[in-house]
Design a protein around this ligand. Structure first.
Ligand code: 5RP
Length: 235
């Protein structure tokens, strides 16, 4: 473990290091986005350099692609790899059924496509992300810029009829400008506080014109590795 890490980074590192042990020579690996996934990419790069591990890495953002190249991982597109053995990614929240909220880092669209195209999705996290009910973390919804205010109004109308506690929505900003995803879209964050029926909300949100994808990952994750600041992990 690198020296001088904060307790939270120690936990993220421990989970990432354990997840990288799942990677075998020749695998096609989906690489998530965020600070926890960045530890995984660094650990994977170390195995590539030290053990000569051969793999194809499919990144879920330009940030992850840049880091993966820096640490010596062979980066390919999802279309080149076609299907992946495993994807390792972080999450903003997970529950006991291994359903997730993702997209705090703005990469939910590529993350969901890549995770869904994998035999196995492994989430790496610290214990603070575990919840009884999803929804305390704002749910990101990616919308196309054309008519985004109409899409947002339709989302708010939909929330009126859904099993949620909060209904406020905010456009994600980068300074004073809208945050723009790698796909050139905007993100509307839904402050729901508690999501009663995550499966239903995930489905109906994607029916709204202009909505590209939402950050609810239902029945996608197969395993959660929870790192502790003492370096131990729980699976
Ligand atoms: C990015 C994500 C990240 O996995 C999520 O936000 C967790 O990030 P971190 O590991 O930095 O806490 O979904 O879109």
């Amino acid at each position: 473990m690198p020296a001088d890490l904060s307790p939270i980074d120690k936990a993220k590192f421990a989970a990432a290091r354990r997840a990288v042990d799942l990677i075998e020579d020749g695998m096609r690996v989906g690489m998530g986005t965020g600070s926890t996934a960045a530890w995984m990419v660094r650990c994977l790069g170390e195995r590539v350099r030290q053990e000569g591990l051969r793999l194809q890495g499919v990144p879920t953002s330009t940030r992850t692609a840049d880091l993966a190249r820096q640490v010596g991982i062979d980066v390919v597109s999802l279309d080149e790899a076609k299907w992946l053995d495993i994807t390792i990614d972080g999450a903003d929240e997970f529950d006991r059924e291994l359903n997730l909220i993702k997209g705090g880092g703005g990469a939910l669209l590529q993350e969901k496509i890549v995770a869904t195209a994998s035999d196995q999705m492994v989430v790496i996290t610290d214990a603070s992300k575990e919840v009884n009910h999803l929804g305390a973390f704002p749910l990101p919804v990616e919308v196309i810029p054309f008519g985004w205010q109409t899409s947002r109004a339709l989302i708010e109308e939909l929330l009126e009829s859904m099993d949620v506690l909060g209904r406020q929505t905010t456009l994600r900003l980068n300074g004073s400008q809208p945050y723009v995803t790698d796909e050139g879209n905007y993100i509307v964050d839904l402050h729901l506080n508690r999501i009663g029926n995550a499966r239903q909300i995930a489905l109906v949100l994607n029916q709204i014109p202009g909505v590209v994808e939402n950050g609810l990952f239902i029945d996608i994750c197969d395993m959660v590795i929870i790192g502790g600041s003492d370096g131990k992990v729980e699976i």
